[in-house]
Design a protein around this ligand. Structure first.
Ligand code: KIV
Ligand code: NA
Length: 270
């Protein structure tokens, strides 16, 4: 059985076979993807996907720790990365260290992810120098939707230079990889060519060094909306709704439980 990759192994995958990753929030989902993914992200998307929150802004450290612990129990060959939730790292590099250390200590995650480019570079360097591998996340950063003005494509036109500067800054600061979310394909390709760390695309480019999707999106379990960058590989939400309707009909018709689901007075003698 292969050992789980370390952040340095992820970094070394730059330019090679694309890195495969998905989000996970629970043990069974983590088990389902463990053998197929290089790393698994306990994303703060958990707030929207599993808790019905309107954005990721309401996600707490406690939620991340509880889901991180569940995911850790389901992984043995994929590396686990955990998101730092909104408000847990932006105030100071010391606050970021304290909360990142807590996330790693209480969940066993091998790295944290935080949102932000040039303005987070000092914090990234501070964490990396103190033993915390950091995955950066630039482009569309959902914790900043209120200042970005919504879930728009980032880095177009005049914003392209700032996006390139963000990529340079997080790589220079020591991040071992960077998520590029919802940026033009040509920008993703340019960043991938110019920085020495792997780019992990979501709504970016097949030319990135890896890809990530929210697992509930790609399984068709989360259907409140579908971003253009999501490809649905299954329709488990529709399958689940049909299964529940069939169960409801069986119960009302007294065809469930059937003979094989009920117990006799005496145990069978064999
Ligand atoms: O929280 C999340 O799911 C993420 C990925 C989409 C990169 O940050
Ligand atoms: Na996230």
């Amino acid at each position: 059985k292969k050992r789980a990759p370390m952040p340095d192994d992820i970094r070394a995958a730059k330019g090679g076979t694309p890195l495969v990753s998905l989000t996970a929030y629970t043990t069974p989902m983590a088990q389902m993807m463990d053998a197929h993914c290089d790393f698994v992200l306990v994303g703060d998307s958990v707030g929207m996907v599993l808790h019905g929150l309107p954005s990721t802004l309401g996600v707490t450290m406690e939620m991340m720790i509880l889901h991180g612990q569940a995911v850790a129990r389901g992984l043995s060959s994929a590396m686990m990365v955990i998101d730092m939730p909104f408000g847990s790292y932006e105030e100071s590099r010391e606050q970021a260290f304290r909360n990142a250390a807590r996330l790693m200590a209480e969940t066993g995650a091998g790295a944290v992810k935080l949102e932000g480019g040039a303005h987070m570079a000092e914090t990234i360097a501070f964490l990396v120098a103190r033993g915390i591998p950091v995955m950066a996340h630039i482009g569309l950063t959902p914790q900043s939707i209120n200042t970005l003005g919504g879930y728009k494509v980032q880095g177009r036109g005049d914003a392209r230079d700032a996006a390139l500067a963000d990529a340079d800054a997080v790589a220079q600061a020591g991040a071992f990889a960077v998520v590029l979310e919802k940026v033009p394909q040509s920008l993703a390709d340019e960043i991938t060519a110019r920085i020495p760390i792997p780019t992990i695309g979501i709504g970016a480019s097949a030319g990135c060094d890896g890809q990530i999707l929210v697992v509930d999106d790609m399984l068709g379990l989360f259907t409140a909306f579908k971003a253009k960058f999501v490809k649905r590989y299954a329709h488990l939400g529709d399958d689940g709704a049909a299964a529940i309707a069939a169960y409801a009909a069986d119960v009302r018709a007294r065809t469930f439980p059937a003979a094989e689901h009920v117990f006799a007075d005496e145990a069978p003698s064999t």
